[in-house]
Design a protein around this ligand. Structure first.
Ligand SMILES: C[S@@+](CC[C@H](N)C(=O)[O-])C[C@H]1O[C@@H](n2cnc3c(N)ncnc32)[C@H](O)[C@@H]1O
Length: 288
């Protein structure tokens, strides 16, 4: 124990160090990082009866330095909450974004709109699964569904499999390495979820440090103004989608027109364009 440690000043000093990086979030992040340093998932508040040890205070300093260098809290503690579920991350997985929850919302409302949902064995495909967050969040809601998640990165697949185990969804999910559809034997899916890389490589310098330095490049960037992967995926999507199925595809800021044009070029219909909370189109719902 460190008898001399004064919690409010410890947190206040950390807050000042974090101010440039975290702005208004500095106070909360200082409290959360102290929680992590003292072995908890919860933020530590100044009034709490927590007495960090010397070792924990040294660890706290290290975490603050990491955060000041741009490392997101999710990367520091190794997991991110998405759809109220915990997804562990590694260096090959994207840090899941709240905007991607739009795809889950849509997939669930689609499933619920189908008759006899209780008896339906929905088949879900997640293209570019990363941590497995889209497929696993969807399966956590659709209790009769099964699904497949593919990714080109083997380390991402290993992480997704671990997340499936931890969420008790291992029996209904399968993950394997594949370059988009190349390794898929099965071609009858009711719901396809896809958040492909879509950032133009030339935009790299303008990204926040949290993204540019800590998210895997393979998860972020795509050639041809960010459209190259959509083009590959749309060229084969119809083959894998059941006649009444839907594909929920995430799109980047200002990409909706171009991605819709690509979808039409491959004879896909755009059933809906879904905006995020700021009203920006972020998800296309495609069908036959
Ligand atoms: C934007 S991330 C999405 C990750 C996760 N679905 C999510 O929403 O957090 C794109 C994912 O596509 C994978 N990917 C990139 N190119 C691929 C390819 N040719 N075939 C399969 N997956 C690919 C990346 O490894 C990455 O995991």
């Amino acid at each position: 124990m460190n008898a001399s440690c004064h919690l409010p000043s410890l947190i206040a000093e950390a807050t000042e160090k974090l101010r440039d990086r975290c702005g208004d979030g500095a106070v909360f992040e200082a409290r959360l990082l102290l929680g992590i340093a003292t072995g908890s998932d919860e933020a530590v508040y100044p009034h709490m009866r927590v007495q960090p040890t010397e070792q924990q205070i040294a660890h706290y300093d290290t975490l603050i330095a990491q955060r000041c260098a741009g490392k997101p809290i999710s990367r520091i503690r190794g997991w991110r909450e998405f759809w109220s579920l915990r997804f562990y991350l590694n260096s090959a997985t994207l840090d899941p974004r709240p905007a991607s929850e739009l795809l889950i919302d849509k997939a669930i409302s689609f499933a619920e709109s189908q008759h006899n949902m209780q008896n339906q064995q929905f088949r879900v495909l997640d293209l570019g699964t990363g941590s497995g967050c889209l497929l696993l969040a969807c399966l956590s809601e659709l209790k009769h569904a099964t699904g497949v998640g593919i990714d080109i990165n083997e380390q991402a697949i290993i992480q997704a499999q671990m997340n499936a185990r931890l969420l008790n969804l291992e029996a209904r999910s399968k993950f394997f390495v594949s370059n988009w559809f190349d390794g898929l034997a099965d071609n009858s899916f009711d719901i396809v979820l896809c958040n492909p890389p879509y950032i133009p490589a030339e935009d790299e310098a303008s990204l926040q440090d949290e993204v540019r330095l800590f998210d895997p490049k393979q998860a972020l960037f795509s050639h041809n103004q960010g459209l190259a992967d959509y083009e590959i995926i749309f060229a084969s999507l119809a083959v894998y989608l059941n006649p009444n199925g839907i594909a929920c595809v995430e799109i980047g800021y200002k990409q909706s027109e171009q991605v819709m044009e690509l979808a039409y070029r491959f004879n896909l219909n755009v059933r809906e364009v879904l905006p995020d909370l700021q009203g920006i189109p972020r998800c296309l719902v495609l069908c036959h």
